[in-house]
Design a protein around this ligand. Structure first.
Ligand SMILES: C[S@@+](CC[C@H](N)C(=O)[O-])C[C@H]1O[C@@H](n2cnc3c(N)ncnc32)[C@H](O)[C@@H]1O
Length: 286
């Protein structure tokens, strides 16, 4: 189908306020006035697919009952920013690798802790982030001479992104950014310009749909690490802090929280201590 963007009806200020309020209430994402054209284009494209020409009518469809929830889940895929890459913030990924290696050294020294390590990647998008973490975590087990006993949960609000993550198949352009060392060990060519993550890593990751705004309704499972980057930045400050506080309850004592550098400033929590690591914003549960 060919889209003519010129025929997209203009979104009035009142309609923009309505749609952006819905996105903020349901996904936490705050769109400033400068994102109006983006919102208009994405909503209008979806309206055209369904044959709507009136924003108000389509809005009613999105907020109406169970069918509305299904439509909302399709629309949200268009409105969230899914941009990601392998080893996007290398210092943070390496920090996790070093943390797991140190944990395994303590296990080997017989301090009584378990060799298992659970990590939760929140806002994992199409999987590049949790797969990068899996690569450094696998190395930590291998270097320690231990069987891999790590598990990663990847959570995202976008079902489309999760579909890509589960398949673990990426185009050559994305894969060529990965170091040779990892590319040779963890990617298998499955078609022209298509590479799939090795099952050694895929088998250790479970991708689940989840809205971080509903974190308090998710089962309380405590993990050794939470990794959440380039998500909180779309939220207002009070919401970022509320969500970080909820993360603390999901961490085991000694567990780490790694967020994007500068994504949150001035956040403190009585149970969390900032870790001194260059170029990394991480906290440890005391
Ligand atoms: C910009 S991507 C970041 C991906 C990855 N963490 C990285 O740093 O490369 C943001 C991700 O957060 C997801 N997201 C947005 N709102 C969310 C919410 N309320 N709950 C869970 N995930 C959300 C989006 O679908 C998107 O995949």
């Amino acid at each position: 189908m060919v889209w003519s963007l010129q025929s997209v009806p203009a979104l009035s200020d009142a309609q923009f306020a309505l749609w952006s309020k819905l996105l903020e209430e349901r996904a936490g994402i705050y769109l400033g006035e400068q994102k109006k054209v983006f919102l208009q284009t994405q909503v209008a494209m979806r309206m055209r697919e369904l044959g709507y020409s009136d924003y108000g009518e389509y809005y009613q469809r999105v907020v109406d009952g169970v069918a509305g929830m299904v439509e909302w889940s399709l629309l949200v895929d268009r409105l969230v920013v899914n941009e990601t890459s392998f080893f996007r913030h290398r210092p943070s990924i390496d920090f996790v690798g070093r943390h797991v290696a140190a944990h395994l050294q303590r296990v080997k020294a017989g301090d009584g802790s378990s060799a298992a390590f659970d990590l939760w990647s929140i806002g994992c998008s199409s999987g590049e982030e949790p797969y990068s973490l899996a690569m450094v975590m696998s190395d930590a087990y291998q270097n320690a001479g231990l069987e891999p006993r790590y598990a990663i949960t990847g959570t995202d609000i976008s079902r489309a992104a999760l579909g890509v993550a589960r398949a673990g198949i990426y185009g050559a352009r994305k894969v060529q950014m990965v170091d040779d060392n990892y590319r040779q060990r963890y990617f298998l060519q499955v078609a022209d310009n298509q590479y799939q993550i090795s099952s050694l890593l895929r088998d250790r990751i479970c991708f689940t749909h989840g809205n971080v705004l509903n974190i308090n309704e998710m089962p309380v499972i405590q993990v050794d690490a939470i990794f959440c980057q380039n998500l909180l930045v779309y939220f207002r400050r009070w919401l970022r802090e509320q969500i970080l506080n909820a993360f603390v309850a999901r961490l085991k004592p000694g567990g780490i929280l790694v967020i994007g550098l500068g994504e949150v400033v001035d956040w403190t929590h009585p149970d969390m201590k900032r870790v001194a690591a260059d170029g990394v914003q991480a906290y440890i549960h005391t």
